[in-house]
Design a protein around this ligand. Structure first.
Ligand SMILES: Cc1cc2nc3c(=O)[nH]c(=O)nc-3n(C[C@H](O)[C@H](O)[C@H](O)COP(=O)(O)O)c2cc1C
Length: 254
């Protein structure tokens, strides 16, 4: 079992690098770990049949690892350029591309990954505005093109003036690293998803019927179609809110 940390930041000794070290420390309990600082590589895209030797070196490490941990700060509302340049240069290698240019997961399929980002914005501001979402989304897009499976995200907020990671965040990083180092099996969450769906529907139906009972006290809903109509509207609002939460606010923000 091997865990590879990939750091893309202007400041390798900063909070982002410290969080990556924490994750690798946790992983090192049961796995081999390696650390890559992208600043040590002069990355350019492969072109005209010539491959970039630094991309080759990184690819060898990435193939050998079972888990990748990508760490990069949020710069100007997006993913830090050092990491973004690596993802752009590696794009043609992360997957195979079919006749119409669609990515087909290939050599990296079913490896696992953890992503890390951070921001000056505080926990509440990030929770409300999602400052770090764009950085996570960019890393997710690249990694899912390769068919990698997400283990966890870690976010550090309020980094303005922060020299050292807090003990709580250090512990979180080590915990995530220790857990990620055990993910060797291929994930199949189908049964888990059906169970989650069952409980979501059960809870939503309960809330809908509770609200309907309240509405029924104000406006008697003895007519079948009136009862049905109110049920559909309340259920729809709840379902739309849950779907919005999972599709828009799905990234870790605190
Ligand atoms: C060039 C630059 C741009 C940044 N842009 C943002 C930003 O748009 N929003 C934000 O909340 N933090 C921003 N930050 C803070 C970083 O996301 C990061 O949290 C901070 O640099 C601490 O991480 P480090 O110690 O690893 O460098 C920026 C920092 C730098 C250096």
């Amino acid at each position: 079992m091997k865990v590879l940390g990939i750091l893309g930041t202007h400041n390798p000794a900063g909070v982002t690098g410290q969080m990556l070290q924490a994750v690798l420390k946790g992983a090192a309990i049961s796995a081999d770990t390696e650390w890559v600082d992208l600043n040590d590589y002069a990355l350019t895209p492969d072109h005209d049949g010539l491959t970039d030797p630094d991309l080759d070196a990184l690819e060898t490490k990435m193939l050998a690892a079972d888990v990748w941990v990508l760490a990069a700060p949020t710069y100007l509302g997006g993913l830090a350029g050092v990491m973004k340049n690596f993802l752009d240069c590696f794009r043609n290698r992360i997957a195979r591309y079919n006749a119409v240019g669609e990515a087909v997961p290939d050599r990296f399929k079913n490896k696992h990954y953890v992503t890390i980002t951070d921001c000056y914005a505080g926990g509440l501001e990030n929770y409300v505005t999602g400052v770090t979402d764009a950085a996570f989304k960019t890393m997710d897009k690249f990694l899912t093109m390769g068919g990698l499976i997400k283990s966890r995200e870690i976010v550090v907020t309020g980094t303005w003036g922060m020299q050292t990671l807090s003990a709580k965040k250090q512990a979180e990083g080590e915990r995530v690293g220790a857990a990620a180092a055990h993910k060797v099996e291929r994930d199949d969450n189908t049964v888990k998803r059906y169970i989650q769906l069952f409980f979501m529907i059960a809870v939503m139906a309960l809330i809908t019927m509770g609200i309907e009972a309240g509405v029924g006290r104000l406006f008697p809903l003895t007519n079948f179609w009136a009862y049905y109509g109110v049920f559909v509207v309340i259920f729809y609002v709840l379902l739309a809110s849950i779907l919005h939460f999972f599709t828009v606010v799905k990234h870790r923000r605190r």
